[in-house]
Ligand binder design. Sequence first.
Ligand SMILES: *Cc1c(COP(=O)(O)O)cnc(C)c1O
Ligand code: SF4
Length: 368
Amino acid sequence: MTRSVNLPDSMSTPARRTLRRVPDLLDAGLVPPEAAPVLEDVARRYATAIPPAFYDLIQAPDDPIGRQVIPDAAELLTAPHERADPIGDDALSPVPGIVHRYADRALLKPLLVCPLYCRFCFRREHVGPDGGVLDDDALARALDWLRAHPAIREVILTGGDPLMLSPRRLGAIVRALGDMAHVTTIRVHSRVPVADPGRITGELADALETDRAMWLVVHANHAREFTPAARAALRRIQARAIPVLGQSVLLRGVNDSTAALEGLFRAMVEARIKPYYLHQLDPAPGTAHFHVPIAEGRRLLAGLRGRVTGLAWPTYTLDIPGGHGKVPLGPDYLEPAADGLAVRDPAGGLHKLDAESAPNLALGAREG
Ligand SMILES: *Cc1c(COP(=O)(O)O)cnc(C)c1O
Ligand code: SF4
């Protein structure tokens, strides 16, 4: 792979192991030597991991791949509105490993380890290589809690990253959930297929097989993440009749242009992945440099309308800080007008939906 000229020669040597320490980053040419002391401060606070699959994609440290995984001094700045638990998960945890906010579904977090550590992670105060795995007793208690709550139809395996579990342990969890009569749907949220595709072996994919509805949601933020190896890993999962959805975070310097979003969502559709959510960034500590304002996000998404296949449109979503749940952020296309509503077409033209020209549509305006 050719790399941009502003990197030292050392970067042309691919690293075959995951980079975790500041000296590893220096050796790899990802950070300049003078940044080392401040990055050690960052490293004391937040975990770092750059697996070879991501390292190989970095053409410059501040490119859309590098920005996601290379620690930055800006992470030491915690803005006044940022919080350690941005979406209020802690208050919603009845037993370790469970988060329960919605009546019909719950999160199960069997471990807090990830294949890489996103610099914008909403759980960055919790995840890490030492963040641990629920031990057998804690996992048994979490499963007992799910067993005792028959209103839970869907269990969302998240973390950390559940596909960092061994096939044996993952299979045991999937079987335990499959044995609960009320659990009809199991969802796995993972970054492993793009971050460390070699981990998605046939054996790991087999561990996901169940007679329940199993869905996988892959987290990816840039088209370049969908390498041939990543696509092959996703095919191993899809081959088990598991539908794959995509979730992404809107990030400054990563995907904050209509072209980048178009590339990302097209790459998903072409890998048979339905873009599900584009998340507004959660206000986790030291992530303000990734923030894209909502008004800008709505404009970017509106720019996709009419230009890309409808299969490629995710829901732009805000997880309301404080644990109040997720809501769609638009863009929306209806506007109040003098005697009813007006609707904006993808090219920007405004069309009145008044009682005379569109009685069926305008009626809704009076009711609502
Ligand atoms: C995001 C989230 C879910 C899943 O929400 P969906 O809108 O169904 O994807 C479930 N529980 C919690 C606590 C969450 O934060
Ligand atoms: S993969 Fe998910 S949980 Fe892990 S660091 Fe990235 S955003 Fe956080």
